[in-house]
Design a protein around this ligand. Structure first.
Ligand code: PLP
Length: 436
């Protein structure tokens, strides 16, 4: 197929995720063909530095033969094994073991799915199941953060606090609520301590309004990703956990972006020694080489459900839960993070990248830069004193993406003038210099 006919076919047939179908029909797409390390090559031969690891997922970088071999070997030996009907497979079992060994605290039980959205959905369904089976069926309401993103499944999208995910889809599902995010740059709090106290007070007020006896859980990303890479002050996550414990609601941490070295340690919860009741992951779990997500559950909750389930299957599952090829990929990816030195590189280069990013603050349009490890956001404003967001009519994301492409770099430009960076963890200092 020629480049033009490929682009025509795409325009005619592929419904792309989170895109304007109208604009897509006008513009078409950039067709990516190959990748090596932090570089992608498009179908016209342009080499692009991928400052966004695909969609914050290709944490190990592109073109790892050892992952290809692990997948091929597993496909040859056993392409599929169900997790239903008391079956399992070696890679899925081994992966569950290794993840449980590394997860915070007593998150010892892992449910595998296909990505982040269904990991969040699994958490929602099983939290409701837990309260029903333990005799507190009124505890159904869920609270999340405005600007948070928890996927676009029909239930989980309700937790997503981004207007674009609700426009013309109706308001969020019932019994899902939002409180203000901890957004240091846009808050008038006098200090980090005050900002954290405000979040705690907001959560308390929402729980009081709904009645603690009706509230199931609070969901949060350790760093808000798709909502503009908002890094809360240190101490925020542990304060929210303590508040959830005190209010007797479950604390769910969504590490779909932050997991697997993106912010430095394997899981962002480790920055503050936090152990949630549930934790969701995807993306870096397989580094984008195969689809897979996972939901971790604390031993306490698992036992409460397991002990009441004699003779009664728990009706939650997917054909591809614990897919052996994805699991084999994840095992090799985990080896690369640890033995391959990628976590160590993320920590070293992440610190350097964070320092270099601060130099952008001298730019007249840069209002804020924030980062944790290799996850960073740069907020553009048209007035630094008034912190004025660029006019939406300017279509800044579209222009910035084009400028990036013309300069052979890829990053994410969000609608309200925020630029996001999440390069593969194998990036070198020189490559971050290029990105900056
Ligand atoms: N949760 C978070 C924090 C995410 O960033 C995402 C996706 O970006 C999801 C959930 C949904 O994951 P997926 O796109 O794999 O369904």
């Amino acid at each position: 197929m020629t480049v033009n006919s490929l682009i025509e076919s795409d325009r005619a047939h592929w419904i792309h995720p989170v895109s304007s179908w109208h604009d897509h029909e006008q513009r078409g797409v950039t067709v990516l063909r190959s990748g090596k390390g932090v570089y992608l090559t498009d179908i016209e031969g342009n080499e692009l530095l991928d400052g966004f690891a695909g969609l914050w997922c290709v944490n190990v970088g592109y073109g790892h033969d050892s992952i290809v071999e692990a997948a091929a070997e597993q496909m040859r030996r056993l392409a599929y094994a169900t997790g239903y009907f008391s079956f399992g497979s070696e890679p899925a079992i081994l992966l569950a073991q290794k993840l449980a060994d590394r997860a915070p605290g007593d998150l010892k039980h892992v449910y595998f799915g296909l990505g982040g959205s269904d990991a969040v959905d699994s958490a929602i369904r099983l939290i409701r199941y837990y309260y029903n089976i333990t005799g507190r069926p009124a505890k159904k309401h869920m609270i999340a953060l405005e600007r948070g993103y928890h996927g676009s499944s029909s239930t989980g999208a309700g937790l997503t606090g981004l207007p674009a995910f609700h426009l013309h889809f109706d308001a969020p599902a019932p019994m899902q609520h939002h409180i203000a995010p901890p957004y240091p740059y846009r808050s008038d709090a006098a200090s980090d301590v005050e900002l954290i106290a405000r979040s705690v007070a907001d959560l308390r007020a929402k729980v009081e309004e709904l009645g603690a006896e009706n509230v199931a859980a609070f969901f949060a990303e350790p760093v808000i990703g798709s909502g503009g890479v908002i890094v809360p002050p240190k101490g925020w996550l542990s304060a929210m956990q303590a508040t959830c414990r005190e209010l007797d609601i479950l604390f769910v941490v969504d590490e779909v972006i932050t997991g697997f070295g993106r912010t430095g340690p394997l899981f962002a919860c480790e920055h503050e020694g936090v152990t949630p009741d549930f934790m969701t992951v995807a993306k870096g779990l397989t580094a984008g080489y195969a689809p897979m997500g996972a939901m971790f559950m604390s031993d306490r909750i698992y036992r409460a459900i397991a002990d009441r389930s004699a003779g009664q299957p728990i009706g939650h599952g997917q054909t591809y839960s614990g897919h052996p090829v994805s699991a084999a990929v994840a095992l090799e990816v985990l080896r690369l993070y640890e033995e391959g030195g990628l976590l160590a590189n993320s920590q070293a280069v992440g610190a350097y990248f964070g320092e270099r990013l601060k130099t952008l603050l001298d730019h007249p349009l840069v209002g804020d830069v924030r980062s944790l490890g290799l996850l960073a956001g740069v907020e553009l404003v048209t007035s630094k004193t008034a912190k004025t967001r660029p006019d939406a009519a300017l279509n800044l994301p579209g222009h910035l993406a084009r400028i990036g492409y013309d300069n052979k770099v890829i990053f994410r430009a969000f609608g309200d003038g925020i630029v996001g960076f999440a390069p593969p963890l194998c990036i070198t200092r020189d490559e971050t210099d290029l990105l900056i």
